[in-house]
Design a binder for this molecule. Structure first.
Ligand SMILES: Cc1cc2nc3c(=O)[nH]c(=O)nc-3n(C[C@H](O)[C@H](O)[C@H](O)COP(=O)(O)OP(=O)(O)OC[C@H]3O[C@@H](n4cnc5c(N)ncnc54)[C@H](O)[C@@H]3O)c2cc1C
Length: 385
């Protein structure tokens, strides 16, 4: 049985980054990846362009039962550190809205850069799905194909449950429980909402809207789908959404419907609103709430104006659910951070056992926050394995 200093389970963003830096410290590292290739989520991320970090990384952009947990790792290895890392690889990037950084050489550029950075004392084995782990003075890691490996330190970098087609398994959670760790309930997040009464005619319509969940507000596009609602505002809201709770949408966040009616009082309601919003949406929405499309704005009753305010500025609904792990960019919840050191990522219960990346109960908002967490937590663990 081959013996290593460190075995890392999972060659995603966190596992690869940890492997690179642990090996740079001279450790003999083995990364075991269940899928046929490494970094599958990196490849699909950001629509293939990898939103690898954000200019504005603060703990406020992360959800965890312990909101302080992410602070240490994010300050030990910052967004600027990762920007330097990719710049040294001659990769370039561009900023999209809200500080999101995308790689000009696309996701493949990031993955190839990571793979190129792996030192020779770090071995990467793909198609090597871990089945179980045991501990007796050292860790023994067994694969589904019967092979097994030994190491002094074990890093669990197995990610969450989303996108099972890309290799996600629950092995990380099982290992955590095996060593006595508590779990924070997992749910799909950064995921489209499903609606009971879907407005199929609206599928494909995008509207810049303000979406509100609890005290969180997001002003970006929403997108009507065949199953309900998606788009960045909705995906962000889903991170904070509790099942059966209300979501509010303001379809006209930058204008006031009373003012529109006043300014366009000679126009019909449909003609007035189609200058502000996609016509397909205006038609469907007015019909749905039995509002008179062809009545002049000046002739609308007080009740009708009130209804317009309600359905265009303060539309409230309860999603019937979400599109689940199949469509979720991330998993909210995971290994409870209270039993893990925020400074080293080492288990407080089991020596030389580390958890990094999405397997932990740290979930970032859409916008490069999840990759930054993977880089930061992976880097930190690499210093201590
Ligand atoms: C479609 C999509 C787009 C996204 N876009 C972005 C984006 O642009 N920006 C951003 O910040 N975040 C994005 N994310 C989220 C981001 O990809 C994840 O948060 C990040 O990849 C987590 O890194 P990780 O290393 O912790 O886990 P993962 O990247 O999920 O890696 C875990 C690895 O462990 C392997 N594994 C699992 N079980 C086993 C086992 N039993 N044996 C061996 N290996 C195993 C998996 O195959 C996988 O390769 C996106 C996610 C998705 C699904």
């Amino acid at each position: 049985m081959s013996k290593y200093d460190v075995i890392i389970i999972g060659a995603g963003a966190a596992g690869l980054f940890c492997g690179i830096h642990a090996a740079k410290r001279g450790r003999k590292v083995l990364i075991l990846e269940g899928a046929k290739g490494p970094g599958k989520k990196i490849l699909v991320s950001g629509g293939g362009r990898c939103n690898f970090t954000n200019l504005d990384i603060t703990p406020n952009f992360y959800v965890s039962q312990n909101p302080h947990f992410c602070k240490s790792a994010l300050s030990q290895y910052t967004n600027w550190d990762f920007i330097s890392f990719i710049s040294e690889l001659n990769l370039t990037y561009n900023e999209k809205t809200l500080g999101q950084l995308f790689c000009d050489q696309k996701s493949r550029g990031i993955l190839e850069g990571l793979l190129k950075s792996i030192p020779s004392n770090c071995e990467l084995k793909v198609s090597s799905r871990v089945n179980e782990v045991s501990y007796e003075d050292y860790y023994k890691v067994s694969l589904t194909n019967g092979d097994s490996f030994q190491a002094d330190s074990l890093v669990v970098a197995t990610g969450g449950l989303s996108f099972p087609g890309l290799g996600a398994t629950d092995i990380g959670y099982r290992i955590a429980k095996q060593f006595g760790h508590k779990m924070v309930e997992t749910t799909p997040a950064l995921v489209p909402f499903t609606l009971e009464n879907v407005l199929k005619n609206l599928a494909g319509v995008a509207i810049e809207s303000e979406v509100c969940v609890g005290n969180k507000k997001f002003l970006e596009n929403i997108l009507w789908t065949h199953k309900g609602l998606s788009g960045p505002s909705i995906l962000k809201a889903s991170l904070y959404w509790e099942s059966k709770s209300k979501v509010k949408i303001n379809f006209l966040p930058k204008s006031d419907i009373y003012q529109i009616l006043k300014d366009k009082n000679k126009k019909t309601l449909l003609n007035a609103l189609k200058e502000e919003l996609p016509i397909r949406f205006v038609e469907e929405w007015l019909k749905l709430f039995k509002l008179p499309l062809n009545r002049k704005c000046a002739e609308l009753s007080g009740d009708q104006k009130e209804l317009l305010v309600k359905v265009f500025h303060h539309w409230e609904f309860i999603p019937s659910g979400t599109e689940g792990y199949r469509k979720a960019e991330v998993t909210r919840g995971g290994v409870d951070t209270n039993q893990v050191s925020s400074k080293t990522m080492e288990s407080r219960l089991q020596k030389n056992l580390f958890f990094i990346g999405e397997v932990l109960d740290v979930t970032g908002l859409l916008g490069g926050y999840n990759f930054q967490w993977a880089w930061s937590s992976g880097y930190v663990a690499a210093k201590y394995v």
